[in-house]
Design a protein around this ligand. Structure first.
Ligand SMILES: Cc1ncc(COP(=O)(O)O)c(C=O)c1O
Length: 365
């Protein structure tokens, strides 16, 4: 029996990718702001409803570069409930991460707890739209404005997410996306920074290309974080299929909602009718006493039946040895991390797959 994986890459039909590859082969221009790179930036601006995008070779380098572009110093407030790339980007900029607890209703950084973590050293807030669920931007921006802080959103999960019909990627000073193969929309590896001005876009473009100002001038210490033409072509071919993929994901989410809503000891992620989600993840929370089984036992039971759910995000970032010295009082994050499972959600799941998953969770198999 094949494994049912937590995610599966969205692949464009091979015959639709081939003409792009043939054209790249004939142009012999493989990277460095090529034809398809420029086209994808333009099409993504249109699709996402944002003004400026700079494409990157992956989301982590986009995050690192976003923090670098804002010339931050000292401390950056963030969440321990994320993938480790979020806080690695802080450390890799020689900044100190300060971990603030999450709101257990949204799994996002709790704005009510941010102010008490601000010191003279704080220069920015780096919240994460966890599972694509929008942060409380109004509250975060109000605190940032009051204290003169920058806001960089880790929007790695939030491709295409809108609140009140407007892209949430326009929030804050900068937002970053990941186009990793595991994400709803991918360029195999890839990422992007969304910004508000032409000047910032040009700065980001320089920073991802060694800091070159011109052929004979380097104006800043940049890395090499450019997206190549094959990635960009894959992204263009995939973009034609993203809307139908998001509908399929929504249908999977609706199936789970309908079939799991009444299971004792199991809570589903609350939905907000003003938000159009991309359904990249389907987290459930297990209350061991009521459910009659621990999260880890359910995880193992699913695995024994070839269903590879994932414990995102477990351990917390602050649970890794590298981060133990950054003291964090984050009990809500710990509770969620200890009890969460993300169920398989992607475009390849059959009805049989979904029924099997639900049966196993409900102990009806
Ligand atoms: C919240 C979050 N931030 C950043 C990243 C890093 O993105 P990438 O894998 O494209 O480097 C990821 C994912 O993989 C992520 O889930």
């Amino acid at each position: 029996m094949n494994n049912i994986t937590v995610t599966s890459p969205l692949l464009p039909p091979l015959e639709e990718l081939t003409p792009y590859l043939e054209d790249i082969w004939s142009r012999k221009w493989l990277t460095n702001n090529g034809h398809y790179h420029q086209l994808l930036e333009k099409e993504l601006c249109n699709y996402l409803g944002v003004d400026y995008i700079s494409l990157f070779s992956n989301g982590t380098l986009a995050l690192i570069t976003a923090l670098q572009a804002l010339d931050l110093k000292g401390e950056v407030i963030t969440t321990p409930y994320s993938f480790v790339a979020t806080s690695h980007a802080i450390l890799l900029n020689n900044l100190k991460p300060v971990f603030v607890d999450i709101d257990p209703n949204t799994f996002n950084i709790d704005p009510k707890k941010i102010e008490e973590a601000i010191t003279e050293e704080t220069s920015a807030i780096l919240p994460v739209h966890v599972y694509g669920n929008p942060c409380d931007h109004d509250a975060i921006q109000e605190i940032a404005d009051k204290h003169g802080l920058k806001v960089i959103y880790d929007a790695a999960h939030a491709f295409g997410v809108k609140k009140d019909d407007v892209s949430i990627l326009n929030w804050g000073d900068l937002s970053i996306l990941s186009f990793h193969a595991t994400k709803a929309y991918s360029t195999i590896e890839g990422g992007a920074i969304i910004c508000h001005t032409k000047e910032m876009k040009e700065k980001l473009d320089r920073l991802k290309n060694f800091g070159y100002e011109s052929e004979i001038e380097i104006s800043m210490l940049g890395s090499n974080a450019k997206m190549n033409e094959v990635q960009a072509a894959f992204g263009l071919a995939t973009l034609k299929h993203i809307d139908s993929a998001l509908i399929k994901r929504k249908n999977v989410a609706s199936f789970y909602m309908k079939n799991l809503i009444d299971v004792d000891g199991l809570s589903l992620f609350p939905t907000d009718s003003n938000v159009s989600m991309n359904h990249s993840y389907f987290p459930i929370l297990i209350n061991e006493d009521k459910f009659g089984m621990s999260r880890d036992n359910l995880f193992q039971k699913l695995k024994d039946n070839n269903i590879l759910a994932r414990r995102y995000f477990y351990p917390l970032i602050t649970g890794f040895n590298l981060y133990k010295k950054y003291i964090a009082d984050t009990p809500e994050s710990q509770k969620i991390s200890d009890n969460v499972i993300c169920l398989p959600i992607h475009t390849e799941l059959s009805n049989d797959d979904l029924e099997l998953i639900v049966k196993i969770i409900k102990n009806e198999n």
